[in-house]
Design a protein around this ligand. Structure first.
Ligand code: NAD
Ligand code: DAU
Length: 330
């Protein structure tokens, strides 16, 4: 297939691009190169004749019309993706996550694209104290980020309902692995711990997330792309619930640091307590998560230890201003 992947210079997108090329697909990577988009993430495939890069915003209709020529399927990963940034600067999020999604959906419809996969998040369901969210549960997003992503899901499903477009939606859980921008919990805490800096745990650290390795998340998106039913939603969860404090303690152990680096700080506004997903529907398509969490996390720590040249320039740039704004008063 000729796949158009958006956000392919980001964390999950760049993994998906590499996996798609390895599976023999041709890939058009459309990326705006925001602070989170890093060409180094796809450097090893940049010269592959089946790989094409388009530097564009998914909200730019003429650019999307051009990029979509001859494309069989679209995987829309581009997003503003960080909850804390959505609390600091909420208006930026609907521009890409809702409006951008609507623009690329509509250009895909006009171009006659065969299938459109909207990559979404478990956060659209909101927080769940016990049990698991199913695909039929109502949307109840809490943060400006998750509200924007829910808007994107609804746009995608509306294009199926209204125009009969072949759309599937995936809702992934918290994803970890190499090349994740060091603003998210795991890469932030790993890189801070490697540098002997404090780890800012929000509130009591007892919030629960369901962690999935980035390759398992991507294989779930492939399952939905290749075998999903048009108009359906598929949860992509790791079945791997951990408190933030457990994640923090494991990172301290794997980086040979001690608990003196933990700093309990003011909680995130509107902080969701727990996410958890039922994944039977995706399993019926033949998918299962393959990466053991202990192995995946130690490999991730090793990757950050061995790739300082990837994250040190990030942490000294625009990131510094963000870090001071986010953590300076906490
Ligand atoms: P990321 O922030 O690492 O990367 C986002 C990418 O999108 C960047 O390369 C950025 O340059 C690009 N981008 C942003 N706005 C754009 C625009 N308007 N036009 C074109 N490109 C644009 O994000 P990620 O963590 O890899 O997440 C990828 C997708 O998966 C997102 O849709 C996110 O909501 C979803 N998701 C992420 C997680 C997670 O834990 N990271 C979990 C579930 C779902
Ligand atoms: O659940 C899927 C979502 O997971 C994705 O849709 C988002 O794109 C992704 O960013 C992630 O959102 P979270 O808010 O859950 O991830 P984050 O890594 O920012 O935080 C994970 C948990 O760790 C959360 O409970 C907040 C906490 N945390 C985070 C940071 C950055 C801290 O305690 N301290 C921190 O400094």
């Amino acid at each position: 297939m000729k796949l158009l992947v958006t956000g392919g210079c980001g964390f999950i997108g760049s993994t998906f691009v590499r996996m798609a090329l390895a599976r023999g697909h041709e890939v058009v990577n459309v990326d705006k190169l925001t602070y989170a988009g890093n060409p180094a993430n796809v450097a090893e495939v940049a010269d592959d004749p089946k790989y094409h890069f388009v530097h564009a915003d998914i909200a730019d209709a003429p650019a999307m019309a051009d990029a979509l020529t001859g494309v069989d399927a679209v995987v829309n990963m581009a997003a503003e993706s960080h909850v804390d940034r959505s609390i600091l600067d909420p208006a930026a999020f609907p521009m890409t996550d809702v409006v951008g999604t609507a623009v690329i959906l509509d250009q895909s419809r006009r171009a006659g694209v065969g299938r459109f996969v909207q990559v979404s998040t478990d956060e659209v369901y909101g927080s769940i104290p016990v049990g698991l969210f199913r695909e039929t549960d109502p949307l109840n997003p809490s943060s400006p980020y998750s509200a924007s992503k829910a808007g994107g899901d609804l746009q995608a499903l509306a294009w199926h309902h209204t125009y009969g477009m072949d759309v599937v939606v995936t809702r992934g859980s918290n994803t970890y692995g190499p090349r994740q921008y060091p603003e998210k919990l795991i890469p932030l805490f790993v890189t801070n711990a490697l540098d002997g800096e404090q780890l800012p745990v929000y509130g009591d650290g007892q919030q629960i997330r369901d962690w999935i390795h980035v390759e398992d998340h991507c294989s779930g998106v492939f399952a939905a792309l290749e075998h999903g039913i048009a108009g359906e939603v598929y949860n992509v969860g790791g079945g791997n619930e951990r408190t933030n404090l457990e994640i923090t303690e494991r990172i301290l152990e794997y980086t040979n640091r001690d608990a003196s680096l933990i700093r309990y700080v003011e909680d995130r506004l509107g902080h969701d307590r727990r996410y958890a997903l039922a994944t039977e529907k995706l399993s019926l398509l033949g998918w299962s998560a393959a990466v053991d969490f202990g192995t995946g996390l130690t490999d991730t720590v090793t990757w950050y230890r061995d790739n300082r040249a990837w994250w040190e320039p990030i942490k000294s740039g625009e990131y510094r201003a963000y870090y001071d704004e986010q953590y300076g008063q906490r």
